[in-house]
Write a protein that binds this ligand. Structure first.
Ligand code: PMT
Length: 224
């Protein structure tokens, strides 16, 4: 069906910025609002897909008609994604996942003491990289949030994380990246194609990505 190109397909989307606890009242996180990932979830539903939205904390309203899985930390997001990976056709990782988390989360509020304090951080697992290692039929789209060398860094992440498509955004540009309703993205694929899109609403970016993914699914144009 031309208007429902994702009918019968399952799409898994991650959104928002993960929250890494330090103590009961403090945490490390980032500026992701969830808008990019929620736009993908809503467009995918509109295109006929069955959608799972795995969301780190966000103040956006929960989209209707999608399976909503709230998570907090990168470790929570990893298990929510891995549990569902084998059942889905398309994965879109718009979430901003913390690269590091505090080595310990104190069960009680940390007391003010010395003039200086050091917080030890440990590396979080790279969820997208693990998806890249385990994927079978899935079309996997990652995002790269960059402040410099957009295409070189995006390409490096595409290869390292074994994605099918990398959506690179320069988060220093006005109208792009964190918190905005629009984005300015460059699409990089495994075959070396580079597509630089103009400023678009996050919904329009989402639609573009999902159309591409629909065309490139192994079953596109034929039976599975
Ligand atoms: O939520 P908004 O306010 O709308 O903002 C949108 C956005 C800027 C968050 C979005 O457009 C975006 O760029 N998302 C990716 C942010 C990010 O974490 O980029 P990264 O370059 O650090 O990571 C690259 C990719 O690896 C991402 O798909 C990320 O989800 C994934 N990753 C990173 C680290 C990690 N430990 N696990 C991961 O899966």
């Amino acid at each position: 069906q031309p208007d429902l190109p994702l009918q019968g397909k399952k799409v898994l989307v991650t959104a928002g910025g993960t929250v890494e606890r330090l103590d009961p009242v403090r945490y490390l996180s980032n500026d992701s609002s969830g808008k990019m990932g929620y736009a993908v979830a809503e467009e995918a539903r509109g295109m006929g897909a069955e959608v799972v939205l795995i969301s780190a904390p966000s103040s956006l309203p929960r989209p209707e008609g999608v399976e909503f899985v709230p998570v907090v930390s990168a470790l929570d997001m990893l298990s929510a994604v891995m549990e569902r990976l084998k059942d889905v056709d398309i994965v879109i990782k718009a979430a901003a996942v913390a690269d590091y988390r505090p080595a310990e989360a104190s069960p009680v509020k940390i007391k003010k003491k010395d003039e200086e304090m050091t917080i030890r951080l440990v590396k979080n697992p790279d969820i997208l990289q693990q998806i890249g290692e385990r994927k079978t039929k899935q079309y996997v789209i990652g995002f790269a949030a960059e402040t410099n060398d957009l295409e070189a860094n995006g390409l490096d992440k595409l290869r390292r994380k074994n994605c099918d498509l990398m959506v690179a955004n320069d988060v220093t540009l006005e109208g792009a990246g964190f918190g905005t309703d629009t984005n300015i993205v460059t699409l990089l694929d495994k075959d070396g194609n580079v597509e630089r899109l103009p400023i678009l609403s996050k919904r329009e970016v989402a639609r573009h990505l999902l159309k591409l993914a629909a065309e490139r699914l192994p079953s596109a144009g034929g039976e599975r």
